[in-house]
Design a protein around this ligand. Sequence first.
Ligand code: FES
Length: 144
Amino acid sequence: MALYSDKVMDHFRHPRNVGKIEDADAVGEVGNAVCGDIMKIYLKIENDIITDVKFETFGCGSAIASSSMATELIKGRPVSEALELSNKAVAEALDGLPAHKMHCSVLAEEAIKKALLDYYTKNNIPYDESIFAGLDEEIESHHD
Ligand code: FES
């Protein structure tokens, strides 16, 4: 059996939503200290709907495929649904990732959560802190 599914290979070779949104409403950046990979997610949000999403990932093939799939899964969806996106759902949508590559999908979940935390913070929207437990508190775009 091939190590990577056809979907992983497809999203790695032809990633969707790559790039940056200059006037993003929210940005989230996370990294994995062990492998050194970095993922950044940009969101445009209108009336609580994610109207556009782009990503920049400096990382392995699974991280790129995970970012690509994750952005496809949240595009056009309400913020509340994006908040519920788990790394497992990303991996499942990719028809699975090898066990030692599951952490790559965790980066995608965390980058989206961090961008949504940025959105809540910037707009003074109250949120349930437990949803963001485990993410580090620093939102780069939020420094003066
Ligand atoms: Fe670390 Fe893939 S090896 S994100």
